[in-house]
Ligand binder design. Structure first.
Ligand code: NAP
Length: 524
């Protein structure tokens, strides 16, 4: 039997009492390690984090906590090779895809370390300016943000064991709030190893970071009114979290990052030879294949004018054609594996469901799997579907509300010169994390922005001048907001210092301006 990874709670490494769940190499089918949380004293763990970890963190200033984030980022950078090895084995990712998770996490941590250096040398933040409450300016109102005296529980998804941890932990720890992370069981190893390295190095105060791997049973029951829960995963599990008494009765603050049927849009007025179409094709092919399409931000729906349907299908397919799929250890392979058999079967089912409304423009069967046993490896080639006609796009319902979490996207034509038709179809997604828009004309790009920002957390605009420098549709940058309304969960993460709001309590202070002037002026 493989090694059982210990959990870190109450300032100690604890071995569970159970046999645990095995983590499997999705390419080779071999058992790697085991995780388990049975017998863990959850009440003690939460109390310790809340009291010991929380008070130690809150006694520090923002720049002091930022310096710890910088030290953690440096340490993780030094151990990067070990994380790459775990990622290839447990997530079946090629190096470039591992980078999105591992280097993305380290970069996000480093970004918050820099942002925190410039915050006030204090224990709270000011929010906005004084507001006069009456005719006499002596008595005014000032809002302040104070770190919540609770714990931040993170329940994370399988696809980002590194980034998913650090993009949440960086703003929480910078805010002075202790973290308990429960990674998705399937890929918990990388999260556990990174936490272990940071704990062993003694960077944060005891109790600031805890990890519980394995079952989520009982975790939500520990939450108290000043705790927060940040969940990433499926809409189905999100609804369980939202309905939990901790949220409905104790007002535990909750952030949900759920699934999303993201869009890419080519604006009217382009031609088959336009650079904007080429940029769209490049981005769609990239988004379909990075992490084998297992990205919450990946492009799922591609909207083009009806007259460019065939040209777009050809341009995207030509790029997909070059994608070599198989064992991520093989140097010629560009796209690795899905995470496990369950996801493999779920992608096959989702594809069959969408095919009822669509034609296949590029088939996964075109890809011979390299250096794998197809009966074991969870590898699958990319598939581009299409709804063929604008009226077909109107009739196809499934493509707008089905997230196939794999290398699958659908090309959807809209009526010629009818941007409103495209926008109406995009809105059928019921709220998404990100939409990207491609066009040559800067004015047209600017005009479409407010048509998308009400239903998307991020709008990514690509014109030929930024073709070589834009950061990518699916890449989540810590400077920009991550999250989306409606079906995407309604959450908000990152966005620079905006992320700190979730971990602070906002209060209005009403006092003499003499009192208010004694508060130090650092705002967010
Ligand atoms: P999932 O099955 O919902 O699991 C997510 C997490 O919830 C896991 O840690 C899981 O633990 C835990 N969990 C399961 N049942 C629970 C319960 N009853 N109470 C509390 N926690 C519970 O999702 P997934 O399959 O890991 O992730 C894929 C989905 O996440 C996709 O739909 C994707 O779009 C979405 N996602 C969204 C974002 C975003 O930022 N919006 C990012 C990444 C992924 P176990 O693993 O132990 O079951």
């Amino acid at each position: 039997m493989s090694e059982l990874l210990p959990n870190y709670i109450s300032g100690k490494w604890i071995n569970s009492t159970g046999r645990g769940s095995a983590l499997i190499d999705p390419v080779l089918g071999t058992e790697l390690v085991r995780v388990d949380a049975s017998g863990v004293d959850l009440a003690g763990a939460f109390a310790f984090a809340r009291n010991t970890g929380g008070s130690a963190l809150r006694s520090l200033t923002y720049p002091q906590r930022a310096a710890m984030l910088a030290a953690a980022s440096k340490l993780l950078q030094a151990n990067r090779d070990a994380y790459y090895d775990i990622s290839i084995a447990n997530s079946g990712t090629v190096k470039n895809d591992t980078a999105v998770d591992v280097d993305g996490g380290i970069y996000t941590l480093g970004t918050y370390a820099k942002l925190g250096q410039n915050l006030g040398d204090d224990h709270f933040l000011l929010d906005g300016d004084w507001q006069a409450l009456g005719k006499d300016p002596l008595f005014q109102s000032q809002h302040i943000l104070t770190p919540t005296r609770g714990v931040a529980l993170f329940i994370n998804a399988f696809n980002f064991p590194s980034w998913g941890l650090w993009e949440k932990a960086a703003p929480a720890l910078l805010s002075g709030v202790p973290v308990i992370v429960k990674p998705a069981t399937t890929t918990a190893w990388l999260t556990q190893r990174m936490i272990k390295d940071v704990i062993d190095a003694g960077i944060f105060p005891t109790g600031a970071l805890s990890i519980i791997c394995g079952s989520s049973a009982g975790l939500m029951d520990q939450l108290e009114p000043f705790d927060v829960i940040s969940f990433t995963g499926s809409a189905q599990t999100a609804s369980i979290i939202r309905a939990h008494p901790a949220v409905t009765q104790k007002s535990v603050r909750v952030n949900i990052e759920a699934d999303s049927v993201n869009s890419a849009l080519l604006l009217p007025g382009e031609s088959a030879s336009s650079e904007a179409l080429d940029l769209l094709a490049k981005e769609v092919a990239r988004e379909m294949t990075v992490k084998a399409g297992q990205k919450c931000t990946a492009i799922r729906r591609v909207f083009v004018p009806q007259s460019l349907y065939s040209a777009a299908a050809q341009a995207i397919s030509a790029r997909l054609e070059k994608t070599t799929v198989g064992n991520p250890r093989h140097e010629s392979v560009r796209m690795g594996s899905l995470i496990n058999r369950e996801q493999y079967n779920s992608v096959a089912q989702g594809l069959a469901f969408l095919e009822q409304d669509c034609e296949t423009l590029h088939s996964a069967n075109k890809h011979t799997l390299i250096d794998v046993d197809p009966s074991v490896a969870c590898c699958v080639g990319p598939t581009l579907l299409g709804t063929r006609t604008a009226s077909g796009s109107d009739a196809a319902r499934r493509v707008h509300d089905t997230e196939v979490f794999g290398p699958v996207a659908t090309l959807i034509p809209y009526r010629e010169n009818d941007l409103n038709h495209a926008l109406e179809l995009i809105r059928r997604g019921q709220g998404s994390l990100v939409a990207s828009v491609f066009a040559t004309d800067h004015t047209k790009l600017a005009q479409v922005i407010p048509e998308l920002t009400d239903t998307h957390g991020r709008v990514h605009l690509v014109s030929p001048d930024v073709g070589a420098v834009h950061t990518g549709h699916g890449n989540v940058m810590p400077q920009s907001l991550h999250g989306g309304p409606g079906r995407a969960g309604g959450g908000e993460e990152l966005g620079g210092l905006r992320a700190l709001s979730f971990y602070h309590r906002r209060a209005a202070v009403q006092a003499s301006t003499v009192v208010l002037s004694k508060l130090k002026p650092t705002g967010v």
